[in-house]
Design a protein around this ligand. Sequence first.
Ligand SMILES: NC(=O)c1ccc[n+]([C@@H]2O[C@H](COP(=O)([O-])OP(=O)(O)OC[C@H]3O[C@@H](n4cnc5c(N)ncnc54)[C@H](OP(=O)(O)O)[C@@H]3O)[C@@H](O)[C@H]2O)c1
Length: 306
Amino acid sequence: MQLAMIGLGRMGINMARRLIKGGHEVVGYNRTREKTEQLVQEGATGAFSIPEVVEKLRSPRIVWLMLPAGQVIDEHLDRFKEILSPGDMVIDGGNTYYRDDIRRADLLSDKDIRFMDVGVSGGIWGLEKGYCLMAGGKKNIFTYLEPVFQTLAPEEGYLLCGDVGAGHYVKMVHNAIEYGMMQAYGEGFDILNASPYADTLVFADVAHLWNQGSVVRSWLLELAERAFQKNERLSDIKGQIEDSGGGRWTLEQAIDAGVSVPVIALSLMRRFESQARDSFSNKVVAALRREFGGHETMSVDKKRGD
Ligand SMILES: NC(=O)c1ccc[n+]([C@@H]2O[C@H](COP(=O)([O-])OP(=O)(O)OC[C@H]3O[C@@H](n4cnc5c(N)ncnc54)[C@H](OP(=O)(O)O)[C@@H]3O)[C@@H](O)[C@H]2O)c1
């Protein structure tokens, strides 16, 4: 299929690469032109303005946004809505709040432009391993786009979760689970770090060991092993962890529905607290986020605000 990838950051450029490798035709567009030029070297068609994206696509056009959530998406959709045609399709693959999807799908429907929200997980590893895709929207659009999903995802790695918003809702909860899992690993290693055996324990070896058949084995723990191999006590990382929206939104949903979510709630509070106080558990969480998503970590000698 032919589609445009808008936003060639850590996620978008690798997704475009996987699509090209899978035989799709990608029109790449990025605010900073160097990334588009890079992708052209790798087989994409380059576009250097939004009208050029639309000109280079055949009907019905498919536009996949891989941009930060919020205002940026509204601005792009406003511009695309003006020049796309009825029957064209827009996919938001970023970490958008599901209620924004419902509002935007409604706005685009004025012009009969179809919308799908697709939560994407897999971070910088998705290029090689495939991306887990959580889709929301109409079944007929989902079916039409399935060749694209099949290429991006590993086997059985995509699902229509429901109508518009459902994909990002499921992704939001996925990210909140991630908060809790990373927090638990962080706290476990924090206890080991303060234990009577701290001097002799090698954390990379402990993470490796726990991945050999133990009940807490996981991909996150494999990433912990990698992070400890790079720097055994993470002394180069400041334990400051951003909260990117998903945790707050999940908590709001839990409060509205009266569902008790202590682990997710406290993991979010720890992220707030991490802005003021460093700790070993926070370093582990920051290191894990760097390993899976390429999220920037603060170095110990480069404190925010210094
Ligand atoms: N990293 C992850 O692990 C991960 C996983 C799943 C989902 N996501 C989501 O995927 C989306 C993209 O994430 P990412 O990690 O690829 O981010 P990123 O590496 O920071 O890239 C952001 C992209 O958005 C563009 N951009 C930012 N602000 C813009 C603006 N005002 N106008 C036009 N373009 C703008 C950037 O263009 P420039 O190159 O010009 O700056 C870049 O192409 C986000 O919604 C994120 O939450 C990320």
